[in-house]
Design a protein around this ligand. Structure first.
Ligand code: ATP
Ligand code: MG
Length: 257
């Protein structure tokens, strides 16, 4: 099977410093993968290298087997990489509705296709429907996060990249985001989900495989949502494997401050 996304020996510099020192990482269709590690080890830099915000100095990045590391950001986005950066990045002066329309416009979706995409987002995040007329900037942190993820989904990505979706958010909202990620997870269907969740999974399943790459510091959250994990330290992956192998020892050695 060809991986959906594959990084091989990726090196990325910021200024004169080599921040990524040969990152290897792989995501298969439909997988939820957690990228973990202490502050400053290069998680966000890895995501920026994948999305094209930062140029890669050495190594390769492939999407469905095709080299993308030289392509500009917008081309990678249209090729199926949806990105929700750390700190959310919504437009505070636009309403929720306008923010969502940005997502539709970026992907050139109109009419019935646009409506279907919006309905899907409202199924996943009902709170957004109630707040359509409100300015993004007045939403709570958790609501802004849902808006940012919703907007990214409107571009219909094959790979959704989330940088610390739970940062600065209340535990109850973290649970909501966790539930949503579970809905989005194509595999793992067959649990005792509510009807609404099952519908969401069916819709997403019919649309194709959505994989999720998630930078996250909350270990419990990763254990709940992810299929596999990678732990980074100082610019390289130091340990990876199925999420069941993310033991307390691994957490202590590589993740705890
Ligand atoms: N614009 C920049 N200029 C200089 N150094 C930077 C810049 N952005 C990041 N770095 C450095 O690169 C390293 C990796 O940063 P990165 O943001 O990838 O870390 P991270 O793992 O995402 O950390 P966090 O958990 O705090 O978000 C850090 O040492 C950081 O100081
Ligand atoms: Mg970061």
């Amino acid at each position: 099977m060809t991986a959906l996304l594959e990084l091989k020996s990726v090196e990325t510099y910021i200024g004169g410093s080599r921040i990524l020192r040969g990152v290897d990482l792989e995501i298969n269709p439909g997988e939820v993968v957690a990228l973990m590690g202490r502050n400053g080890v290069g998680k966000t830099t890895t995501l920026r290298s994948i999305t094209g915000v930062l140029p890669v100095r050495a190594g390769t990045i492939t999407l469905n087997g095709e080299s993308i590391e030289k392509l500009p950001m917008d081309v990678r986005a249209r090729a199926g990489i949806g990105y929700v950066p750390q700190g959310r990045d919504i437009f505070p002066h636009l309403t929720v509705e306008e923010n969502l329309h940005v997502g539709l416009v970026v992907h050139g979706r109109k009419g019935a296709a646009a409506k279907a995409s919006l309905d899907r987002v409202f199924t996943l995040f009902p709170v957004l429907k109630e707040m359509l007329a409100r300015k993004g900037g007045v939403l709570s942190g958790g609501q802004q996060q849902q808006l940012a993820i919703g907007r990214a989904l409107l571009t219909n990505p094959k790979l959704l990249i989330l940088d610390e979706p739970t940062e600065g958010i209340q535990p109850s909202i973290i649970e909501q985001i966790g539930d949503t990620l579970k809905k989005l997870k194509v595999e793992g269907f067959g649990h005792n989900y509510s009807e609404e969740v099952q519908n969401a999974v069916k819709i997403l399943k019919a649309e194709g495989n959505l994989a999720i790459l998630l930078v996250e510091q909350f270990v419990d959250f990763c254990r709940e949502c992810a299929d596999r994990f990678y732990a980074m330290d100082r610019g390289v992956v130091v340990v990876s494997g199925p999420i069941a192998t993310l033991t307390d020892e691994v957490v202590k050695e590589h993740l705890q401050v």
